[in-house]
Design a protein around this ligand. Structure first.
Ligand code: HEM
Length: 191
């Protein structure tokens, strides 16, 4: 076999390997008819969290965490930075939708009794995730109105550090636990 044919064969094998992964994990997996919107809320909460992280990283390039400059920097993002208004709106509206999704996810588990053995720790780690999501919302809302109006005694630089690093790292840790345990037990109504 010459070098050219060898290269083509290698390309075909890589392509079919990737194709196999995509087909077995995505395209050949059909959503069961019995699947309800409530059943998707855990996954959608994760998507909402990822959107908040991505838009938040964009905002970090322009936001200034000081009592004097916080509000003007948000105005700068909304009026002068290309697509800044769009990213800022998504980051500000997203948490309302995410909180709704996390609470719907929790209510489904509560009413179906899925929190019982062997899923007690899924419930505990999930409750910590709900509390952390609410803290994220609270610290974020204080960053946007600036502390100069006396709404919070905590300096804006502290709130900023908690909002962009402290709480997201804790959420990452609890999500890791949540997903590790879900992998161990499997979900109650497998897809
Ligand atoms: C940021 C918040 C959260 C995220 C991203 C998240 C994500 C997920 C995902 C992707 C699943 C697997 C699919 C599913 O059953 O929906 C799941 C399952 C589960 N979650 Fe959450 N969750 C969160 C919050 C919560 C809360 C607040 C609770 C309850 C207090 C909770 C309790 C559970 C339980 C018990 C399961 C297992 C369900 C089953 O076996 O069918 N989670 N979660």
């Amino acid at each position: 076999m010459n070098k050219k044919t060898e290269g083509i064969n290698q390309e075909i094998t890589t392509k079919s390997f990737l194709q196999e992964i995509i087909e077995t994990n995505i395209t050949r997996r059909l959503i069961p008819k019995s699947m309800s919107w409530f059943g998707c809320m855990g996954g959608l909460s994760l998507v909402a969290f990822m959107i908040q992280v991505i838009t938040g990283v964009f905002l970090m390039f322009h936001y200034i965490p000081s009592a004097k400059d916080a509000v003007p920097s948000i105005q700068n993002i909304s009026h002068n930075v290309p697509y800044g208004w769009f990213i800022q709106r998504i980051h500000a509206v997203g948490p309302h939708i995410m909180i709704g999704m996390v609470i719907s996810h929790m209510l489904r588990i509560l009413f179906k009794g899925i929190y019982r053995r062997p899923r007690e720790l899924h419930w505990v780690s999930g409750s910590c995730l709900l509390i952390l999501t609410l803290f994220m919302y609270y610290t974020g809302s204080l960053l946007s109105v600036s502390n100069s109006d006396g709404r919070s005694a905590i300096p804006i630089s502290y709130l900023y550090a908690i909002h962009v690093a402290g709480i997201p790292m804790a959420m990452g840790l609890f999500m890791g636990l949540h997903f590790f345990m879900i992998r161990n037990t499997g979900i109650s109504e497998p897809l």
